[in-house]
Design a protein. Structure first.
Length: 553
C-alpha cells in the first residue's frame, strides 16, 4: 500500500514536471488552426512500467524543449528580429510581466523599443511596432486581417465578434450588429442617454452643498452601465438608483483584467472558470463577484426572454428594440443565432461598453475640474451656443462645438479605452515595415496608448491640452495617429454611442455643477497597468464635493 503511494507521488510529480515544461516552453507553439497549448498533462501513473516510460518521456521532452529554444532563437522565421532572447525563447517572459508584475508588459514593451528600436519580437510568435507612421498601414479596411486568438481566446467568449479571430467569420458577425450601433441609430436613440444623464444629475444634486463628498467616479460607471443595458437589451440595470451606484460591480469590472492576464497564459483556466456553477461562485466569491454575477445572470435571462419573444413574434416587427432582436432578424444562418452565440455576443458588447467610456469620462472630468481655464472656456462656449435641447437635435448641436470636441478628443487621446496592444495577422501575405519583411501569419501589434503619447506625433504628449486640437492643420495631421477606437475592420463597434455619451454627459455636468475634487490626482487617471482596459493606481473612483453652478441657481 505504502509503495503504491510513493509511486503515485512520483507519478504526480512527473505529470506536474511535464506540465511546467509545457508551460515554460509552450512546445505546441502557436497555430491558429490548433490553438491548444497544454494538452500534455499526463494521467496518474501507478505502476513501475509507466514510471519508467515517464522518465524516458521526460528526458525526451527536456531535449525537445532545448531543441525548441534553439530553433526559436536561431532558425525561427522571426529569429532575425530584434528583442530580448528570453522573450524569443519562451512566453514565460510575457507571463512574468502580465501576471507577476500585475500588467506591466505594455510598459516593458515601451522600454524594449527604447533599447531595440521601433520593431521588437515580444514573444516567440509575436512582433510589436512602435511608430505612429505605421498605424494606418496595420489597421486597415482593405485586405484580410485576422485577430490573434492568443489574446482573445482568454476571454472564453468564442462566439462573440470581438473574440472572432477569422476575418471572414468576423465580417459576417459584425455585419449583423453594425446597424444597431450606426451613427444614425445612436442619434435616433439619444433619448436613452439623455434620460440616464438627467438621472445622474438628479442623483448628484442630492449631494449639492451637503458637506459630504460623493463618489463621482463610480457614479460615472453607473451611468455608462445604465445606458448600455437600456441601449443593448432594452432594460436598465438601475445602477444610478442604488445608494452606492453599485460600487462593488464597478470594482470588479475595473480589476477583471487580472483574470484575463492569467487565463491568457494558463489556457485551461478560462474554460474551467466558465464551467463553474454560478452557485459555487456565489458561495465563495466576495461582494464584487456576487454583484457581477447578478448582473451577468440578469443579462443572460433578458437574452433568453428576448430570444423567445422573437420566436413567438411578440415584438412589433417594425423595429429592433434590442441587440438580440437585431441578431435574430439578421441574415445570419440559424447556427449563428443559437442562445450560446447570441449570449456571447451580447455579454461581450455589454462588457466593452462599460468601463471604456466611463474611464474616458473620468479623465475628461478630472482635467476640466482641475483646470479653471478649461472649465471657463467650456462654459462660455456652451452658454453662447443657444442649445435647443430639442429631441434628436441636441447631440448634433453639441458635435458642432469646437472646444467641447477638443476637450473630448484630448480625453480620448490620454485614455484610449485599451491599455493593451492589438495584434493583427495578415494570413495570406507578407507585410513590410521599413526594411523588415514580416512573414504571412505573424501577429503584429501596436499599442494606441504608446502612439498617443509619442513625442513624434504630439508635443508635450503627457499634458492635457485641448488647444492642440483647435488648429485645423494640427487636427488634420493627427488624423493618421489619433485612433482611440482603433481603425480598420475591427474598429470599435460602439464608437458613436461612446461619443454621444461623452458629449451629452460632459455638457450636462459642466453646465450644471461645480465639483471640488477630494484628494484626486494622477493616481486616478494615469494608466499604470494593462487590465486590457486602462488600469489606474487608485480604482476606487474620484471623490468630489458638489455645488450647483451659480448660473443654474
Ligand atoms: C470611450 C469609449 C470606447 C473606446 C475608447 C473604445 C475602444 C475600442 C477599441 C480600441 C477597440 C478595438 C479592440 C480590439 O482590437 O480588440 C474596440 C472594439 C470594440 N468596441 Fe469599443 N470602445 C469604447 C466604447 C465602446 C462602447 C460604448 C461599445 C458598445 C457598444 C463598444 C463596443 C466595442 C466592440 C463590440 C468592439 C469589437 C469590434 C470588433 O471586433 O468588430 N466600445 N473599442
Amino acid at each position: 500500500m505504502f509503495s503504491i503511494r510513493v509511486w503515485e507521488v512520483r507519478g504526480w510529480g512527473a505529470a506536474t514536471f511535464r506540465t511546467v515544461l509545457a508551460y515554460v516552453f509552450d512546445p505546441c507553439g502557436y497555430s491558429p488552426s490548433s490553438p491548444t497549448y497544454f494538452p500534455n498533462t499526463l494521467p496518474l501513473a501507478t505502476d513501475r512500467a509507466k514510471i519508467g516510460k515517464l522518465h524516458l518521456c521526460d528526458a525526451t521532452r527536456v531535449c525537445w524543449a532545448i531543441g525548441l529554444g534553439i530553433y526559436r532563437l536561431f532558425f525561427h522565421p522571426l529569429a532575425k528580429f530584434p528583442g530580448p532572447k528570453l522573450a524569443a525563447a519562451t512566453r514565460l517572459y510575457e507571463a512574468y510581466y502580465d501576471v507577476a508584475k500585475n500588467g506591466q508588459y505594455t510598459f516593458k514593451i515601451a522600454q524594449l523599443h527604447s533599447k531595440y528600436g521601433p520593431i521588437v519580437r515580444i514573444s516567440p510568435h509575436e512582433l510589436h511596432i512602435n511608430d505612429p507612421s505605421f498605424y494606418e498601414k496595420l489597421y486597415r479596411q482593405d485586405g484580410r486581417w485576422d485577430k490573434y486568438s492568443w489574446s482573445y481566446d482568454a476571454f472564453s467568449a468564442p462566439y462573440s465578434s470581438i473574440c472572432t479571430a477569422d476575418h471572414e467569420l468576423h465580417k459576417r458577425r459584425r455585419a449583423a450588429v453594425s446597424p444597431f450601433f450606426s451613427r444614425a441609430q445612436v442619434s435616433k436613440r439619444q433619448h436613452i442617454i439623455k434620460a440616464a444623464v438627467d438621472k445622474l444629475c438628479a442623483r448628484i444634486s442630492e449631494y449639492a452643498d451637503s458637506g459630504f463628498a460623493m463618489n463621482l467616479g463610480t457614479a460615472i460607471s453607473a451611468l455608462t452601465g445604465d445606458v448600455a443595458t437600456v441601449y443593448i437589451v432594452g432594460k436598465s440595470y438601475n445602477n444610478l438608483d442604488r445608494q452606492d451606484f453599485n460600487m462593488a460591480m464597478t470594482n470588479v469590472l475595473r480589476s477583471s483584467g487580472a483574470i484575463w492576464r492569467v487565463t491568457k497564459h494558463i489556457r485551461w483556466l478560462g474554460p474551467t472558470l466558465k464551467a463553474l456553477p454560478m452557485s459555487f461562485i456565489e458561495k465563495c466569491g466576495d461582494d464584487g463577484a456576487r454583484a457581477f454575477l447578478a448582473f451577468l445572470k440578469e443579462v443572460t435571462q433578458i437574452t433568453k426572454d428576448n430570444i423567445s419573444s422573437h420566436v413567438s413574434k411578440e415584438l412589433d416587427a417594425s423595429e429592433d428594440r434590442t441587440l438580440i432582436h437585431c441578431i435574430s432578424r439578421s441574415h445570419l444562418p440559424l447556427k449563428e443565432k443559437s442562445f450560446d452565440r447570441i449570449n456571447d455576443e451580447v455579454s461581450t458588447i455589454m462588457g466593452a461598453a462599460l468601463e471604456t467610456t466611463a474611464q474616458t469620462l473620468r479623465v475628461i472630468l478630472y482635467y476640466i475640474y482641475t483646470d479653471k481655464e478649461i472649465l471657463h472656456k467650456l462654459r462660455a462656449e456652451l452658454s453662447s451656443a443657444s442649445l435647443t435641447q430639442a429631441d434628436g437635435l441636441y447631440l448634433r448641436e453639441l458635435e458642432q462645438l469646437p472646444y467641447l470636441t477638443a476637450v473630448l478628443m484630448e480625453g480620448l487621446r490620454l485614455s484610449p479605452g485599451l491599455a493593451t496592444r492589438m495584434a493583427r495577422i495578415a494570413p495570406d501575405r507578407s507585410i513590410y515595415y521599413e526594411q523588415w519583411k514580416i512573414p504571412a501569419g505573424t501577429p503584429v501589434g501596436m499599442t494606441t496608448l504608446l502612439i498617443h503619447t509619442d513625442e513624434r506625433a504630439y508635443s508635450q504628449p503627457k499634458r492635457f491640452d485641448p488647444e492642440r486640437w483647435m488648429d485645423p492643420n494640427a487636427r488634420k495631421k493627427a488624423d493618421k495617429t489619433f485612433a482611440p477606437f482603433s481603425r480598420g475592420t475591427r474598429i470599435c463597434l460602439g464608437m458613436h454611442l461612446a461619443w454621444a455619451e461623452l458629449y451629452m454627459t460632459t455638457a450636462a455636468l459642466v453646465q450644471r455643477f461645480d465639483f471640488v475634487l477630494e484628494g484626486a490626482g494622477p493616481k486616478d487617471v494615469e494608466c499604470v497597468s494593462d487590465q486590457f482596459i486602462i488600469g489606474t493606481e487608485d480604482q476606487s473612483g474620484i471623490k468630489a464635493f458638489v455645488s450647483e453652478h451659480e448660473a443654474q441657481r
